[in-house]
Design a protein around this ligand. Structure first.
Ligand code: TNX
Length: 472
């Protein structure tokens, strides 16, 4: 017997509008149920069919259609007893609608009837993975992308360089990855590896097929010990420095007064821009505690305009508000919300902002005192704390480009570690980024999240079985 309840709204992120047709259900596994091929978005229809384990056949009752609504990521899903119709103005909108459909179908024999109309609150919904402190292979990053898109995340920021490692091959600067990606790199020397140009290009294409934009970060002028080890000409006296695998921050800096520095920066940013089809180039700029403040500003004045030269929009961590920013620069806000002067300076900068307040959005913070991995400098972040905030409490809505959940990898050693810190907080951040503020609240989220535990168990995906959730 079917349960009489219509669970049309049981989706994360919660849709903008849900109108259940309470007694109506679409049978999923009757023989003959099929997905129609979608000439305008063939990959999306194939993805749906394979995920639901249904055939792809002309005339199938599950149809994906493009319309001229013009909204890039919105979709409309109508489920009747006889058909499922997903409409969107773009393939991306269809893909996000498919994620909704897949969640509704999970573990069920039928789909709940009714209409969902849905669109993102923010254009930028991001996650970040730190490949520098611990390298994850292309296949591991791809699996991570597969997980992120289920929650309609559309940007993956890759932190590619730091003191402990350099993870992207740069033509003309082979020692960056020969040494900075070699054995013994990463925190505790436990995370060697790097992406070749071909691997990076393949990863970018894999992400693009799933409507995810890769945002590459080359952190500067601090967080550069791996670069200084590889190219001693970048140090003030040209003398070599020792590799570091500890988790300290703020001790390394490019040499602001040396022309070699800018030749290096141009080579690297030019190469990354050329490899990256997406619109963004992240130049870091955080925690430059050993760069003289006047030098820091001089460096940024010279480097912030470079991405535009390569056709990219520059992103930097909130420290970049120390200078007058180019019109199109984006500030990634990461400091704790109680540090008022950072908010004030970010506001005064008047630029678009990606919200990643560390005390809410950092996936590398421990859940509670017993969490075996992770850090706690921004406080403990149980699931409710990661959920129960809003970007518009901190900055005006119009200045928020989106929300990003960074995962720093100092304490990570495996994919299991990534999953443990990512789930279930990433779904919380994804809902903040996608759903209208008025459509979401913690009791409802907590209840919708409870259903995901058994699905993750069945799929062999690890997560933190938070005591805040009544897992079903
Ligand atoms: C601060 S957040 C950093 C990173 C660390 C992280 C650990 C930011 C822009 N810089 O270098 O990995 O804290 O939580």
């Amino acid at each position: 017997m079917r349960s009489p309840t219509n669970h049309l709204g049981d989706v994360i992120p919660v849709p903008s509008s849900v109108r259940p047709a309470s007694a109506v259900f679409f049978p999923l596994h009757l023989s003959g149920t099929a997905v129609s091929p979608a000439p305008a978005a063939p990959g999306v229809a194939e993805h749906l069919a394979s995920t639901l384990d249904l055939p792809l056949r002309a005339g199938g009752a599950i149809r994906l259609e493009l319309d001229d609504s013009g909204e890039p990521e919105a979709y409309r899903l109508e489920i009747t007893a006889a058909s499922v119709t997903l409409r969107a103005g773009s393939a991306a909108g269809l893909f996000w609608g498919v994620q909704t459909l897949v969640q509704l179908a999970a573990g069920a024999d039928e789909l709940p009837g009714g209409v969902i109309e849905d669109r993102p609150r923010f254009a930028y919904r991001g996650a970040m993975l730190d490949l520098a402190r611990h390298f994850f292979t292309p296949d591991e990053v791809k699996a991570h992308i597969d997980l992120l898109v289920q929650f309609k995340i559309n940007h993956l920021h890759l932190h590619l360089t730091d003191d402990q490692g350099w993870r992207l091959e740069i033509p003309g600067r082979p020692r960056l990855t020969e040494i900075g990606g070699g054995p013994g790199t990463g925190c505790d020397g436990a995370g060697p590896g790097f992406l070749t140009l071909a691997e990076y290009a393949d990863l970018v294409a894999y992400a693009a097929d799933r409507f995810v934009t890769i945002v590459p970060e080359i952190d500067m002028p601090g967080h550069v010990n791996a670069a200084l080890v590889a190219y001693p000409e970048l140090t003030p006296d040209g003398q070599p420095v020792a590799p570091r695998t500890d988790g300290e921050v703020g001790y390394s800096s490019l040499t602001v007064g040396k022309e070699e520095t800018y030749a290096f920066v141009e080579t690297v940013l030019g190469a990354v821009a050329e490899l990256t089809p997406g619109p963004y180039l992240h130049i870091g700029g955080d925690e430059c505690l050993s760069t003289d403040p006047a030098d820091y500003r001089a460096f940024l004045d010279r480097v912030l305009p470079l991405p535009a030269k390569y056709g990219k929009r520059v992103i930097g961590w909130n420290e970049i508000t120390a200078v007058d920013l180019p019109e199109t620069a984006i500030v990634q806000y990461w400091r704790r919300r109680d540090e008022g002067d950072h908010v004030a300076r970010t506001l005064a900068a008047g630029r678009q902002v990606i919200m990643s307040p560390a005390d809410r959005a950092y996936l590398d913070m421990k859940y509670d005192a017993s969490t075996p991995i992770g850090l706690d400098w921004a406080g403990l972040i149980p699931v409710e704390r990661s959920y129960d905030w809003d970007p518009a409490d901190v900055l005006p809505e119009e200045s928020v480009l989106g929300v990003e959940a960074p995962l720093w990898s100092e304490t990570l050693r495996s994919v299991a570690d990534v999953q443990y810190l990512t789930l279930p907080r990433l779904p919380a951040l994804a809902e903040i980024a996608w759903s209208p503020r008025g459509a979401r609240d913690w009791p409802s989220f907590r209840d919708r999240l409870a259903a995901l535990g058994s699905r993750w168990d069945a799929a062999g995906i690890g997560y933190h079985r938070s005591p805040e959730i009544d897992w079903r």
